[in-house]
Design a protein around this ligand. Structure first.
Ligand code: GLP
Length: 230
């Protein structure tokens, strides 16, 4: 029997507040050493709330190491479109973790393993059901690797660039296996554009490579937070 833990909230802020309580309680109880973090427009409000709470309540994050999910391939970390830049702007400039890592090569998996694995992982989801940059077609056993982005993803992400031609065609991403090994996963999926992928997830009973988020179906501790009635 597949158990899906999907929590529907009135709006995105309510969902973010739920995640904020969950995560900060775990941090206060020293239950998190390594955390996986996403980019995209989805986590921006959460990062703002999180940074505010950490600073206001003086929550100690100095022993926590962050591992980002993905990065555009060969984009300078100083480039304003890079995920390095995004994370610095929205979170790392506001609160200081022990270390902040991004995937650079296949060694990322052994680096995460050597650090003790991911205790907590926050994920967004692409309109086509991709997680991190694991595009449709990704294997459940996939590891950190370079991936060719699908035209739909390049199109969707072009809203952050001056023109679609500037969007990198490749990215480096944590694999589905890397993601599945996280002890606890919370997926954030807001707005009607995500509804189709979520509905397909609800209707899936086994992994389907065309719907990468379905890799989470048998994960022992995954929760999806959404504002969409499914
Ligand atoms: C990109 C990122 C994903 C993210 C997705 C959704 O493709 N690689 O990690 O989940 O976009 O982005 P948004 O939150 O902007 O909808």
């Amino acid at each position: 029997m597949i158990k899906r833990n999907i929590k529907v909230f009135d709006n995105q802020t309510r969902a973010n507040e739920f995640l904020l309580d969950l995560l900060t309680n775990k941090i206060k109880h020293k239950l998190i050493k390594n955390i996986g973090l996403p980019t995209g427009s989805t986590p921006i409000e959460f990062y703002k709330l999180f940074a505010n709470k950490v600073n206001t309540e003086k929550i100690d994050v100095s022993e926590i190491t962050t591992f980002n999910l993905d990065e555009y391939y060969r984009l300078d970390p100083k480039d304003e479109q890079s995920y390095h830049f995004f994370m610095f702007k929205h979170l790392f400039s506001k609160i200081k973790f022990k270390d902040n890592y991004f995937p650079k090569s296949a060694k990322y998996d052994s680096q995460i393993k050597a650090a003790g694995g991911l205790d907590f992982l926050i994920l967004g989801v692409g309109n086509d059901g991709h997680i991190a940059f694991n595009e449709p077609g990704s294997l459940k056993s996939s590891q950190t690797r370079i991936i060719n982005l699908k035209p739909e993803t390049i199109q969707a992400n072009s809203r952050f660039f001056k023109s679609i031609d500037e969007v990198p065609k490749k990215a480096i991403t944590m694999g589905l296996d890397t993601i599945f090994k996280a002890k606890q996963i919370v997926v954030l999926a807001f707005g009607p554009a995500k509804k189709k992928a979520l509905q397909s997830f609800v209707n899936s009973t086994k992994f389907n490579s065309q719907l990468p988020i379905s890799a989470l179906l048998n994960h022992p501790n995954t929760m999806i937070l959404t504002d969409q009635k499914l």
